[in-house]
Design a protein around this ligand. Sequence first.
Ligand code: FES
Ligand SMILES: [Fe+2]
Length: 371
Amino acid sequence: MPELDLPQRQSPDSLMLTGFWYRALAADRVHRNQLYKATLLEIPLVIGRDRLGQPFALRDSCPHRGMPLNCGRFDGENLECGYHGWQFDVHDGQCQLIPSLTADQNLKVDRIYAGSYACEEQDSFVWVFIPDPAPPGAGFALRGEAPEPSPQIEKFSSKYKSAYLQAEMPVSIDHGIIGLMDPAHGPFVHQAWWWRAQHSIHEKKKNFEPIPNGFRMSAHTPSSNSAPYKLLRLYADADSITTTIDFVLPNIRSETIRAGKYWFSSLTTVTPIARNRCRIDVVAAWNLFRWVPFVPDLLKFFFAKFVEQDRHTMELQAEGLKHNPHLMLIDDADRPAKWYFQLKAAHLEAKRTGAEMKHPMPGPVTLKWRS
Ligand code: FES
Ligand SMILES: [Fe+2]
């Protein structure tokens, strides 16, 4: 492979991948016996919790005449459409009652279903599984189960703290994701005295390896020019701090930092809401500084600053993207972005042909950039 590829024109296609779990709403904002609106991949959803606290997700559209179900009445078990009062079980969408039927009309009510989605609560979020588009005839079919449970944050002890942050951005899922994995924007977007100064920009070399559906920045000792890491090394009294960063389709970046018995994990997702809108959700869990007052708040403050800087940058970028400019990705700094597009293409190709997915990375790769 040449040292420097020609600049590559790449216009993100903003295709949203089905067949995966997505974070829908922060769990602490979804209360029992209440209904909430959410949108994932341009699909309108109504989300809630039954009276036992179990979350559910339905398509926000009545199978009768399309009335949004979030306008209906919910008793903690069944949801009643506000137009003609059809009632649906919130967990599988099965119709329970059609009030207009007379005693001698034998329409099989239980063969009718409102669109329903597998739904789980995991690490501070309500997740919804968005399946591949159903074959025609949906409306009379029970939904399938998700093939695997929703993604989890890796945790290394039973006691830990956690927190989450969210930011919505007016860009496509692709720009959201490549912005997240982009190593070169740090010195320009995330300047702050407590993190690092712009003049500390220096050459970096990181090893990457393929993993199923994604790639990993192999365990490495983090950049010595950032204050929090210096602090952590001192605190943990560990001679080595290692961090591992994984990206896996469709939208998950997970990071693990370990220093002796201390650890910090985060699972960040970029969720496609619509073609030109995505939301970043960062959930972190950690056992360091657990008993030191204010530190969790400080951590959250720093994280919030970071996310806000990214959000603000993408909001500005969205202005430039309105006119559909030609874009380019360069080596090596944008190589992770190229892998993302290649992974996505390989995933879609495998789905189309039914063959096993061909991973775009031939093996471990070392990338170099300045940041
Ligand atoms: S539109 Fe929902 S019951 Fe008629
Ligand atoms: Fe960033």
